[in-house]
Design a protein around this ligand. Structure first.
Ligand SMILES: *Cc1c(COP(=O)(O)O)cnc(C)c1O
Length: 313
């Protein structure tokens, strides 16, 4: 993983959340961190649950807006957490621009690179200090393992703290899970290539469908983050969100009709999945009720498109 992400050291964890938590545990009381308002729900939950208790201040901001990042920086800011494309609305954050902004200020940048995988984006090369992966997703690739990875740009005091959070706090993966993650890495490049090709075709199809209100996919020229994604990613990835014409009921009806897309949480596996995010995140979530998050697998693109055709029909 260190080689794939072009870092000096990598640590494996029992889950993506354990990996995220290990980076947080490298912080100190009195520190301030900045996290995105649109991102993996449990990352926000983890910050709310523990960081305040540990005396760490948290600002939750619109990370795609450089001005709000600039305004949020305080003298005690220690870490900026980036997730791009974001979950579930696929907002694109300019990693290099934020790295430029904080250069020389002693602020670390961590990027949740779960969605692009190391095949499509290498945040350390764009100026980040840490990359975090939920290996449960593309690294494992078969929906049969939970795991997490942190890759550090440098072997230094902070990476030593991450190592201690991994070992002393017992966040290590089991030997069998490590074996499964290693098996996944062998086919990662092939899977991501096929998944992305399928996603591009599906996004194009859905974007022109009369029962679809909006397709959120950075590969579409109409997507707000398209130009940045083109610069910082090798390709646009296999995650997309679809807002169905109508409301939550209509969106849920579509998930019930799809046959090849299993309605399930998680993502990044060989099989295509679809998920109604608002049902998972709860009533207070800002996610639109008509939004379905789609993880595109390695099946035939024609079969996948036909499945949406019959479901929307
Ligand atoms: C799934 C996921 C996580 C959490 O990973 P787990 O392995 O489920 O703990 C974090 N970030 C993103 C973007 C994810 O998709």
């Amino acid at each position: 993983m260190a080689i794939l992400e072009k870092g000096q050291v990598a640590f494996a964890f029992s889950s993506g959340m354990a990996a995220t938590n290990a980076i947080f545990q490298g912080l100190q009381a009195g520190n301030h961190i900045i996290i995105p308002s649109d991102g993996f729900y449990s990352t926000t939950d983890l910050a709310n649950e523990f960081l305040y208790k540990w005396g760490i201040e948290v600002s939750r901001i619109e990370m795609t807006d450089l001005n709000s990042v600039k305004k949020a920086i305080r003298p005690n800011t220690a870490l900026i957490w980036i997730e791009t494309p974001s979950n579930p609305t696929l907002k694109i954050t300019d990693i290099a621009a934020i790295a430029d902004l904080v250069r020389g200020k002693g602020i670390k940048i961590a990027v949740d690179n779960t969605w692009p995988s190391p095949i499509l984006c290498n945040p350390l090369e764009l100026g980040a200090d840490f990359v975090m992966h939920s290996a449960t997703k593309y690294i494992g690739g078969h929906g049969d393992v939970t795991g997490g990875i942190v890759v550090c740009k440098a072997a230094d005091d902070f990476s030593e703290k991450i190592f201690k959070a991994q070992t002393l706090a017992g966040a290590v993966p089991s030997p069998f899970d490590c074996w499964l993650m290693n098996r996944g890495i062998k086919t990662l490049a092939l899977r991501v290539k096929q998944q992305t090709e399928n996603a591009v075709k599906l996004a194009d199809y859905l974007a022109s469908h009369s029962k679809v209100e909006l397709v959120l996919y950075p590969g579409l020229v109409s997507h707000r983050g398209h130009e940045i994604a083109k610069r910082q990613m090798a390709d646009y990835g296999a995650m997309l969100s679809v807002q169905i014409d109508g409301n939550a009921k209509n969106a849920l009806a579509v998930t019930g009709k799809l046959k090849l897309f299993t309605a399930a949480t998680s993502l990044g596996g060989v099989e295509s999945l679809v998920e109604h995010r608002k049902s998972i995140e709860g009533e207070n979530s800002p996610t639109p009720g008509n939004l379905l998050r789609v993880s595109v697998g390695i099946e035939s693109a024609d079969d996948l498109i036909r499945d949406w055709e019959q479901a929307l029909g």
